[in-house]
Design a protein around this ligand. Structure first.
Ligand code: NAP
Length: 484
């Protein structure tokens, strides 16, 4: 049932940071899967670039190991892996030095798409962009892909945008947010704008509130010191949760095209009301037996950084006036689960005698695990005994709906990289969107820093601090269960 694969144009893709964690876990195994599916043609090439003193053979060994470790069931396709490895090359390069750039220039071919994936620390973006031009490696049609974090506040994001703009047009810059590459996130747009059923009810007349949850079971151990400089607001809300909020709340674009979609998303961010600090709950996970607390993981006994955040916000426009959006995300939560839930209003009046229960339709869009869409509807409880109503899910999990083909649904990274080669920016963040998102989060962060706000402790394996439950209870609402 999965649509047939259309090969993309031939390309030369340079991965700066080709030996790093992200490249080994996501980018390279993902590219192999696209190769296996026939989407990446035989005349395309991937060139790793990092300081490590490797040659092409050394890089191929590293990639073969990465596919064995992170490639899933495709890791068994030994013949295809051997063919894929032939497409790989490597240049030893220091982003801030001069060695290796001439060699990279000589490797580049004319007549194919040139793309450069900056899978390195953002502090190196400027040096790489400058050298790609200085050594005539990039041309006007080249594309660059940049990873999060895109700045740590409005000022740094602006500086990063300005640096990239010195060398590349906005149409060449692909700011990646892998949440946008998830199948369900795109399905959200298909559901909203491809069916007559939902859009007429997608407003404050029918929707009571919207919940967005991104819960992780892992802590920050291993990268605690790095995380402690950012926290859940910067690491998750400013990018992933805001992007989900935009897609759920935006007006219909006039067509599904990059700037039309991004214009509408930008309007949502700009219409977000400033959040009062009483509507923000920040938390840190506590020690649990021999499991370290957040502060211990972060190696900062006086840390005020949040590993959990919940907040209530409003969008200042006609469609959403009076509809709260509740956002929460955290580490060491009870399950790994991400979902967007659209909770509809109660019926004004029930015609069924004795029906005391409050029945609500809920449209839940599950991002993980088990990507799918679930619509809670009210039906008659089966059997004799009169008209008793119960709420049941109309569940469409991709695994059930698509059968074995569901496994063929590409991972977010591979899908997004193919979009880069196709030149389709719809699922990438535009510079002004990123800046607008920081312009909204910056004052909230500054405010809690000024107040020396101390995050509330929460139990590991829980749903966050009790205050987060209160955020909803005060409004007569409750969070949906976090089910992994
Ligand atoms: P990493 O494991 O530390 O890898 C960094 C890569 O950059 C290595 O290949 C390293 O190789 C190379 N590098 C470092 N300094 C260099 C220089 N001066 N010149 C050329 N190459 C250099 O980092 P990562 O986790 O892969 O993350 C890469 C980027 O993706 C970061 O911006 C990160 O924030 C972002 N990101 C990562 C993840 C993830 O899951 N890992 C998720 C989202 C975003 P050499 O040391 O050999 O030069």
């Amino acid at each position: 049932m999965v649509s047939r694969v259309i090969p993309v144009e031939a390309f030369d893709l340079v991965i700066f940071g080709g030996t790093g964690d992200l490249a080994r876990r996501k980018i390279l195994p993902g590219l192999f899967r696209r190769f296996l599916s026939g989407q990446m043609t035989d005349d395309s090439r991937i060139i790793g670039a990092a300081r490590a003193d490797l040659d092409a053979a050394g890089f191929r060994t590293l990639v073969a190991e990465a596919i064995a470790e992170f490639g899933g069931k495709e890791a068994k396709e030994t013949a295809a892996i051997a063919k894929f490895l032939e497409r790989l090359d490597y240049v030893s390069i220091d982003a801030t030095g001069d060695g290796g750039w001439t060699q990279m220039h000589d490797l580049m071919r004319d007549g194919v798409v040139r793309a450069f994936y900056f899978s390195v620390a953002p502090s190196l973006f400027g040096a790489i962009a400058e050298r790609l031009h200085g050594y005539n490696i990039a041309n006007d049609q080249s594309r660059i892909v940049v990873e999060k974090p895109f700045g740590r506040d409005l000022e740094t994001a602006r500086a990063l945008n300005a640096t990239l703009a010195q060398h590349f047009n906005e149409t060449q810059i692909y700011r990646i947010d892998h949440y946008l590459g998830k199948e369900t996130v795109q399905n959200l747009m298909a559901v909203r704008f491809g069916n007559v059923l939902f859009e007429p009810l997608w407003n404050n007349h029918y929707i009571d509130h919207i919940q967005i949850t991104v819960a992780e079971t892992v802590g920050v151990g291993g990268r605690g010191a790095y995380y402690d400089k950012s926290g859940a607001m910067r690491d998750m809300v400013q990018n992933h949760l805001m992007q989900l909020l935009c897609l759920i709340a935006m007006e219909p674009p006039n067509m599904f095209e990059a700037d039309a979609v991004r214009d509408e998303k930008l309007k949502v961010i700009r219409a977000l009301q400033r959040v009062d600090h009483h509507h923000i709950v920040r938390g840190q996970y506590d020690r649990d037996g021999d499991k370290q607390s957040y502060r211990e993981d972060a190696e900062n006994p006086r840390s005020f950084t949040e590993s959990f955040i919940a907040l209530k916000c409003h969008i200042n426009n006609w469609r959403w006036s009076g509809v709260p959006f509740y956002l929460r995300t955290g580490k060491k939560m009870k399950s790994r689960a991400s979902e967007i839930a659209v909770v509809y209003k109660d019926l004004g009046h029930s015609i069924f005698e004795g029906d005391e229960a409050r029945h609500r339709n809920i449209l839940a869009i599950r991002l993980q695990p088990n990507e799918g869409i679930d619509l809670q509807v009210t039906i008659k409880e089966p059997g004799p005994g009169g008209m008793r109503l119960i709420d049941v899910p109309l569940d469409m999990s991709f695994a059930d709906a698509l059968g074995p083909d569901a496994e063929e649904v590409p991972d977010a990274y591979e899908r997004l990289i193919m979009d880069v080669i196709r030149g389709n920016q719809t699922l990438f963040m535009r510079g002004d969107e990123v800046e607008a998102a920081w312009a909204w989060t910056d004052p909230l962060i500054r405010d809690w820093e000024r107040r020396n706000d101390v995050p509330k402790l929460y139990d590991q394996g829980s749903t966050g601090p009790d205050d987060a439950l209160m955020l909803m209870h005060r409004d007569g609402r409750r969070w949906r269960d976090i089910k992994g």
